[in-house]
Design a protein around this ligand. Structure first.
Ligand SMILES: *Cc1c(COP(=O)(O)O)cnc(C)c1O
Length: 477
């Protein structure tokens, strides 16, 4: 009995049948979603009803409808009307590398548990380091997400800058990092996990463009010093998540150099612009960073979750989880035993995605994508500026556009209520997917133009849809 069950679970012929059916279904799905040939990009279902659906499905659902049921109950990121959160519509090739990696399941912690993907990881991270503008001695690795990569980078920073051995002996004096108030919340979380406490997170006020105001850095540093807090790192966002505003990395680099502290760039979203001749000026100064994070599953067209953590000096890549002398001894010869450098023990064969995209399409693919999406955001901003019923939060630098529905004479309070209600009706409507964000106490609709096939006409459609809902809710004065 038991043996039969295992035989069935591993039957290669059944695998072939399922795989063929799945690829047929997904090919059809791609054709219809990429051309917006579906009614809704998201058919929103209340969580309790969704839970009940899958409880019922487990008991009495027809297994041959498994895939189509999932398709009907998920957000269609490949639909050009998807303009919400910052996750990639993966290039289909990377769904196949995902399949390959999942079946082979080499655990990656040590070299012989993933020879090919370990070598590929070295090649991919070297390529990223070169495109950052570092010349030699660099190194990095892939890890599970920007949040984990930021934490890992800050641990390396603490090891490199703080003389006291915190890793082994615990804290002797209060330490801190400096970061924009607009930075992704995971930086705050990382600092707290490291035991820096709230006081150890020195939040730099953003300027009117939502980026770090370079002229206030010294004052923030001195203020922390008078409280006995030793700052060991500063984080620049490239860009920050809510608004897509890039911090002035050159100003931060200068500051970090003067204070002899670590300079980390959180380029989870927009680090991909290193490949763009048109937009890499946004990253000016990144070449002075000690460490850089770039997510594959944001602007690099890959599925979740894969992140590059890159170090200007390869030896620092070994520092996060080890004693100083220990890692310095083995820095060079041991690039191939990934588990010593990553938080993960087992991790997925994520380098397959990166390597395959570069092998099949070249890094020009990343440049073409960034250029197109960043251009489109500028087009969208022009459309919003030209319309009396819309207000732009800031001129977009990346492919993130925050704006709100507007009426002359309406107070911020009224506009806040209207825009929240509009976002809710867009969610229920489902023909476009956008999100919302609060900036300086004002609610905005937020779009991230992630889909490589979103065009101006989709954006025209979105604005028409918002006005239609505004009219239905009598939001016209
Ligand atoms: C998305 C994002 C993160 C978090 O990355 P995950 O891969 O989702 O963990 C961190 N920083 C910035 C700027 C981001 O945009």
């Amino acid at each position: 009995m038991e043996q039969d069950l295992l035989q069935r679970a591993y039957d290669p012929n059944a695998f072939y049948e399922h795989a063929t059916a799945l690829t047929t279904q997904l090919t059809k799905y791609l054709k219809t979603t990429l051309s917006s040939n579906i009614e809704q990009t998201l058919a929103f279902i209340d969580p309790e009803i969704e839970l009940q659906f899958w409880r019922n499905f487990l008991n009495e659902g027809d297994p041959t409808t498994f895939t189509e049921s999932i398709l009907a109950h998920t957000n269609h990121i490949h639909d050009p009307r998807y303009m919400g959160h910052q996750v990639a519509a993966p290039a289909p090739l990377t769904a196949l590398t995902g399949l390959l990696g999942s079946l082979l399941n080499n655990g990656m912690a040590i070299y012989e548990m993933g020879m090919a993907p370990t070598a590929m990881e070295r090649i991919v991270t070297d390529t990223l380091c070169e495109n950052i503008g570092w010349s030699h001695g660099f190194g990095g690795f892939l890890t599970s997400g920007g949040s984990l990569a930021n934490l890992t980078a800050l641990l390396a920073a603490r090891k490199a800058i703080v003389e006291h051995d915190v890793w082994n002996l615990g804290y002797k004096q209060p330490l801190g990092i400096m970061v924009s108030e607009e930075a992704h919340y995971c930086v705050d979380r990382a600092a707290r996990i490291m035991g820096l406490g709230e006081k150890g997170i020195v939040k730099i006020k953003a300027n009117s463009n939502y980026s770090i105001d370079g002229s206030t850095l010294d004052a923030h540093y001195e203020m922390a010093a008078t409280k006995g807090i030793k700052i060991f790192a500063i984080v620049g966002s490239a860009p920050s998540t809510a608004t897509g505003a890039y911090d002035n990395l050159m100003a931060i680099a200068d500051f970090a150099k003067r204070k002899k502290i670590w300079f980390h760039v959180d380029g989870a979203h927009g680090g991909a612009a290193i490949f763009s001749k048109k937009y890499n000026a946004l990253l000016q100064g990144i070449e002075h960073a000690d460490s850089v994070v770039i997510d594959g599953h944001k602007m690099m067209l890959m599925p979740a979750i894969t992140t590059a953590l890159l170090f200007q000096k390869a030896s620092h890549a070994h520092a996060s989880f080890r004693q100083k002398a220990d890692y310095l001894l083995s820095e060079e010869e041991d690039w191939f035993n990934g588990g010593k450098r990553t938080f993960e023990c087992t991790k997925t064969m994520m380098s397959l995605h990166w390597y395959a995209l570069i092998k099949f399409y070249g890094t020009d693919l990343f440049a073409a994508y960034v250029d197109r999406q960043y251009d489109l955001a500028r087009t969208f901003a022009e459309m919003l500026l030209a319309h009396p019923n819309f207000q732009l939060a800031l001129l977009p630098q990346a492919n993130i556009v925050c704006f709100r529905y507007h009426q002359d004479g309406a107070s911020d309070e009224v506009l806040n209520a209207w825009n929240l209600s509009l976002r809710e009706s867009l969610l229920q409507d489902g023909s476009f997917y956008v999100v919302q964000t609060k900036l300086k106490n004002v609610w905005y609709l937020r779009t991230t133009l992630m889909n490589p096939f979103t065009t101006k006409s989709h954006l025209v459609g979105l604005l028409a849809k918002i006005l239609e809902h505004a009219s239905a809710q009598n939001l016209f004065a």
